[in-house]
Design a protein around this ligand. Structure first.
Ligand code: DQA
Length: 147
C-alpha cells in the first residue's frame, strides 16, 4: 500500500504557528510520526506540503498517475475555499481522508465550510497530529473493505 500525505498552507510552520490550536510538534516531527507509524505497517508514504493551491492540485493528480492507494490531506485554509481541491479529488476517485489538527467545528463560522469533504471517505478533526494516523487507519480499513 502506498499513501500520499498532503499538507496545505502554513502547515510547514507547525510548532511555531498558534500552538494553542495546533500544538508544539513541528512539521518535521509530524512527518517522522507518520512515517514511523506507516513503516511499522509496511505502508509506503510520500509527503508533500505547499502553500499554493495549484501545487496541491498537481500533487493529487500525481497520486493518481503514480497509482497511490489513497491520500491523507490537511488542506489548511483551502478546506474552506477550494473547489479546485474538491474537483481534483473527485477527478481521481482516490480514497481520501480530510484531517484537521484543531477541532474546526468549534471554531469560527468561516471554518464550518469544507468543500473537499464531499469527496472524502472520512473527516478527522480535533485529535492533534494523531488525526493523521487515524486517517491512515481509515484508508487501511477502506482498502480491506474494497478487497
Ligand atoms: C486546519 C484548520 C484550518 O481552518 C486552518 O486554516 C488550518 C489548519 C487544522 O489542521 O486544524 O490551516 O486545517
Amino acid at each position: 500500500m502506498k499513501l500520499m500525505i498532503l499538507n496545505g498552507p502554513n502547515l510547514n510552520l507547525l510548532g511555531i504557528r498558534e500552538p494553542d490550536h495546533y500544538g508544539k510538534e513541528t512539521y518535521a516531527d509530524l512527518l517522522h510520526k507518520i512515517k514511523t507509524y506507516c513503516d511499522e505497517k509496511g505502508i509506503d508514504t510520500d509527503f508533500y506540503q505547499s502553500n499554493h493551491e495549484g501545487d496541491l492540485v498537481d500533487a493529487i493528480h500525481r497520486a493518481y498517475f503514480e497509482q497511490f492507494d489513497g491520500i491523507v490531506i490537511n488542506p489548511g485554509a483551502y478546506t474552506h475555499t477550494s473547489i479546485a481541491l474538491l474537483d481534483a479529488v473527485k477527478s481521481t476517485s482516490l480514497p481520501t481522508v480530510e484531517v484537521h489538527i484543531s477541532k474546526v467545528e468549534e471554531r469560527e463560522d468561516f471554518r464550518q465550510v469544507s468543500y473537499i469533504r464531499a469527496a472524502c471517505i472520512a473527516t478527522i478533526t480535533g485529535l492533534g497530529t494523531d488525526g493523521y494516523l487515524r486517517g491512515v487507519d481509515a484508508l487501511i480499513a477502506h482498502a480491506k473493505e474494497a478487497s
